[in-house]
Design a protein around this ligand. Sequence first.
Ligand SMILES: [Zn+2]
Length: 510
Amino acid sequence: MWVGGNIHAAELAGSSVALSIAEDILRLHLERSPGTGALDLPATVAERLREVVFFVVPRISPDGAECVLRVGRPVRSVPRDNRVERGQPRWIPGDVDGDGQAHAMRVRDPGGELVESSEFPGLLVERTIDDPGPFFKLYPEGHIEHFDGRRIPSPYFLGDNPVDLNRNFPWTWAPPHEQSGAGAYAASEPETRGVVEFATAHPEIFAWLDLHTFGGVSIRPLGYAPDTKMDQEDLAVYRQLEAWLSEYTGYPMVSGYDEFLYEPDKPLRGDLSDYAYHQRGAIAYVVELWDLFRRLSMSRPSKFVQYYDRVSRADLVKLAWWDRDQNDGRSFLPWRPFDHPQLGPVEVGGIDPRVGIWNPPLHELDELCVAQSRVFLRVAALAPRLVISEVRRQILPGGVTRVEVEVKNDGYLGSYGLSSARKLDFNEPVYAIAAAEGCELVDPGAVHQTLGHLDGWGRGLHSGANLPAYPATRGTTHAGWAIYLVRGTGALDVRIGSCRAGFTTARIAV
Ligand SMILES: [Zn+2]
């Protein structure tokens, strides 16, 4: 199981959830008592989880997170710019008034796009033709590189930190003129490369949680096509995830393509969860932590992503009052006059989205972590599990023993993980390797036997299995047999499994 968070610098709550999941897993191993009251997991789930390996990377972009935490300036992923082409005028966000923090700057301008709300002091809202003014332009606190003394460049969120790590992954990677934030080439960044190299070396990773903020939603594949184009067995498994997610967190789970394209008909390129699903064959899903829109009682638009565009002036006023009443006023700050070395008189302060907008209020973090962990630990319990279920010996004439070793997958998922992952080259079938000690195999070629993939028992949700119109299940497609003819007496060491499903071993006396 892979748990990763904070690939986007400001999305700090992902680190908290990842660490919380790591703590829960440790607790599972430390508290061996039957059941796990603290985690609210059935004993069978807890037992299964003790056999699952977890890789937890709470902060994929530590440099970015550090920059956001210390200075408060916006950074998409990493606070660096290795481009050679840096001749254009651009904003460099940073502290200008000496308080150590980089927030926002507003400048009075009759052509300004924003106006101050009459319902909350200092709150800037979108101007309408009815508003009398004054009007404002809004910039990041910072300075302009290559400033000609007149023309102010438009701020751009990737202006001085051009790479979005979540567009830098190899699956469907496209260059920056087609996908903003892509980076110079796939996995050009050390953080991305580290993830890709690790994932490649660990084909056993069958599920992949990618923690982001904000929205209060989970985004699943496909990202580039509707559900009709998706492997329908995969989709049924995702429906099970969706059921858990809505039960424990209240978040919906939506298709990236159907509800989360930032631009119509333009699928994201090079993002991590697409890589994890298509290239690593994992049950990959993104969680956008912190259901801000529901907090504002906004009604759900037809596509979830439209929430981000549809925050109205009234919603913003509601948010500002909520911030003051329940978030210690962390997000909406007073403006202070300041004489900017390039722009002259401006006002500095205004907005600090770190806690309350980008991330949930601190006092809600605990509850959010518990809920997400509850979902994820159930996903982890879907792991395939190979067990040697029976060994049969039959004495044959001539001092030969026939040994039949039966292996079964008693896990939810097949030995291949998701159905669509069968096609991946690394996803080898289950095989058996034997070593004879003191005895010998009649056929030396029997040392290696390919048993094939073994199904699990899980079929996801709404696959039609509950209606006993044609009552039947699969046959023993979850079982395989390795058969040996052994001459003499001694022991047979058998190892059965695959790089994805893991291995089970037995020492069989002959
Ligand atoms: Zn994000």
